[in-house]
Design a protein around this ligand. Structure first.
Ligand code: CDP
Ligand code: CDP
Length: 225
């Protein structure tokens, strides 16, 4: 059976990782959360007190601290040099700084090379901001997920409450708007819909509705996975 690549891009909390994980499981594909990689580098910078503006210092961190993923019963875990940092990379201090770290061209070069290696043989569902435009420009299926800012902030609020991360809706709304702005206006690989991507507005839609819509796109393109 053909092993295709599925690229899922979109702004913060549009539902990318949730639907990408389900699709990967259903298709028995590899799931790759590229945002987790940028978060891992940001976490390392905080831990090693490297300035977010120090591009060369950040690249050294990536080279010296291999990032890996492992599928566990409760979902995908992220490791840096063997240490499980799944929870740490979602903390507010990382979220606040990640856009600045990910705007550096050389940081992107390092991580994109790893992402392209993961995706080289297809059979992958990869989510991020530049998958359809830069990482996997030849992906057979490209999806661009969007949702209203208020719904995205509500989703993140609920998620943080469940995880016990202290939070308030106003701050989350502001943080999401700022991050979207920063990610869409940076010079290198900004968050942008690929010309051949299918745009899906997930506002008011359940996770399973969105998954079904994407599966429809896949079959309309002639792929039986
Ligand atoms: O899950 P959430 O929407 O909060 O973000 P994420 O997917 O974990 O990504 C965190 C940050 O990493 C984004 O805000 C971008 O600054 C950066 N990122 C990127 O630049 N390119 C990607 N392919 C993925 C993430
Ligand atoms: O990866 P991204 O930042 O785009 O979003 P996510 O982490 O997949 O989704 C953020 C939150 O919204 C999660 O708690 C999802 O369960 C929830 N969600 C939802 O309520 N409805 C959807 N259609 C998609 C996601």
């Amino acid at each position: 059976m053909t092993k295709i690549s599925i690229a899922i891009d979109g702004p913060a909390s549009s539902g990318k990782s949730t639907v990408a994980k389900i699709l990967a499981k259903d298709f028995q594909y590899i799931y790759t959360d590229t945002g987790a990689m940028y978060r891992a580098v940001t976490y390392l910078a905080i831990k090693h007190q490297i300035s977010f503006a120090d591009e060369a210092g950040l690249v050294t961190l990536i080279k010296e601290n291999p990032i890996s993923f492992q599928q566990q019963v409760d979902g995908q875990h992220v490791f840096i040099s063997g240490q499980d940092v799944t929870a740490e990379i979602r903390q507010p201090d990382v979220t606040k700084a990640v856009s600045e770290v990910s705007a550096h061209g050389k940081v992107r070069e390092e991580l994109v090379a790893i992402q392209q290696q993961i995706g080289e043989n297809g059979g992958v569902v990869m989510d991020g901001r530049d998958i359809g435009t830069a990482v996997l420009p030849h992906a057979e299926v490209k999806i661009f997920l969007v949702a209203s800012v208020s719904e995205r902030a509500q989703r993140r609020y609920k998620e943080n409450q469940e995880k016990g991360i202290p939070t308030d809706l106003e701050t989350l709304t502001k943080e999401i708007q700022e991050r979207d702005h920063y990610d869409s206006t940076r010079e290198i690989s900004p968050l942008k819909q690929a010309e051949d991507a299918v745009r899906i507005d997930t506002t008011g839609k359940s996770i399973l509705e969105v998954v079904a819509m994407i599966k429809n796109v896949v079959s309309e393109k002639g792929y039986q996975l």
